[in-house]
Design a protein around this ligand. Structure first.
Ligand code: GLA
Length: 388
């Protein structure tokens, strides 16, 4: 933090910035269920984004990221809050300012903000939602905004959907906004009812496995999956009275699957329905300390994402399948949207070194470049840290 403060002073020639943090997230289980009105089970993690900020007297917004230092300070005026490709990563904070203003909040002065993310770029740990929620708490604090419950979470999602153009669900912003240390959030994305569930893993820890694969085409494939689910839903609706795939239990789904005329759409819907049921079972298993069962459900989730939803890819499959064979592993799966990014594994503490060694070596041998591994600690959501 002291180095960041010094950097802030050098870049902006100002002292005493306010300090903020927003986490990244992992999802324990419940993948591609949020936009299908199902359950997700994510947690915020201590890897995230730090922000240092001061308010200006004029209307200029100056943004600098330690992660993109080669881009220098990117500036725009509060009167020009349109999406611009050349503004690069700053479109996320810009979108937050714009939509909060549109909702009637008074943001009438410029600001200087330094961002520093410890989330590896493109790792699928929601660096973009982290930047959105970080910007949200900065604006809340600097301008003393009176926000409705969940307003920053919805605004972040709106930035993603309308400003950036990714048709994502509510999971990432919800996890990053609402996270609590050592708890996972069992969220019903249909009603937004949620429950904080303690993550008690005994002698085990969550290891994050990064494929280091660039997530090219991720956004268009993501939007494609989403519209495939919508098509499957509308075919089911010719007979069933449902608003989302999340409202179907497995028995009703399999009893009516002949309503779906296309084998690809059928596989996509099957994933959405079965993953939702697995998530409910997994949360119950975790609450009752049935770790083995929890791990089996994680493994089944990965197989469904690999075979039915087809979003894993060789890199994630390699990491996860090698992980399954290691001693001390309770379960492993991809986490997040897929198409590269990260997997997670629950591993016995005394086997973690061996795990990283073995999985890392197999991955390097098969894929040709190394994976990275981090221990996940479950953290609080986006927050103001104070001022030095
Ligand atoms: C991305 C999206 C989320 C969710 C996951 C898949 O992280 O932002 O809304 O759909 O993919 O579960």
């Amino acid at each position: 933090m002291n180095e960041l403060i010094q950097k802030f002073e050098t870049v902006f020639k100002e002292k005493n910035p306010q300090e903020f943090f927003a986490p990244g997230r992992i999802n324990l289980i419940g993948e591609h269920t949020d936009y299908n009105g199902g359950y997700v089970f994510p947690c915020a993690i201590t890897i995230g984004t730090y922000g240092l900020a001061t308010k200006r007297q004029d209307t200029l917004v100056n943004l600098y990221s330690e992660n993109f230092s080669e881009l220098g300070v990117i500036s725009f005026d509060l009167a020009e809050l349109d999406y611009r490709k050349t503004d690069n990563w700053t479109n996320y904070p810009k979108g937050m300012i714009r939509y909060l203003q549109e909702s009637g909040h008074v943001i009438n002065r410029g600001m200087n903000i330094l961002f520093y993310g410890t989330i590896p770029n493109g790792a699928g740990l929601s660096s973009s939602a982290s930047i959105e929620l970080l910007t949200g708490v900065i604006l809340q604090n600097l301008f003393d905004l009176h926000l409705a419950e969940l307003e920053l979470i919805f605004t972040g999602k709106r930035v993603e959907n309308e400003f950036i153009g990714v048709n994502s669900g509510i999971m990432d912003q919800f996890a990053i906004g609402k996270g609590q240390k050592d708890k996972a959030i069992l969220l019903d994305c249909d009603t937004l009812a949620y429950e904080m569930v303690p993550v008690v893993l005994g002698d085990h820890k969550i290891v994050i496995m990064n494929t280091n694969k660039r997530r090219e085409l991720a956004d268009s494939k993501y939007n494609e999956r989403r519209s495939q689910c919508e098509s499957a839903l509308s075919q089911l609706q010719t007979k069933l009275t449902i608003d989302s795939l999340g409202q179907l239990d497995e028995e009703t789904f399999f009893g009516n699957q002949s309503l779906i005329d296309d084998p690809i759409l059928l596989k996509r819907a099957k994933h959405a329905v079965t993953e939702n049921q697995r998530t409910i079972k997994a949360a119950t298993a975790l609450k009752s300390g049935k770790l083995e069962e929890f791990g089996q459900l994680m493994n089944a989730s990965h197989r469904s994402l690999r075979d039915d939803y087809e979003v894993s890819g060789i890199e994630l499959d390699t990491l996860v399948e090698v992980a399954w064979e290691q001693p001390g592993v309770i379960g492993a799966r991809m986490t997040g949207a897929g198409f590269g990014g990260c997997g997670i594994a629950i591993v016995a503490v005394d086997k973690i070194d061996e795990f990283i060694q073995n999985v890392g070596a197999s991955y390097q041998a098969k894929i040709g470049y190394p994976a990275d591994f981090y221990l996940a600690s479950i953290s609080d959501g986006a927050k103001y840290l104070g001022v030095k």
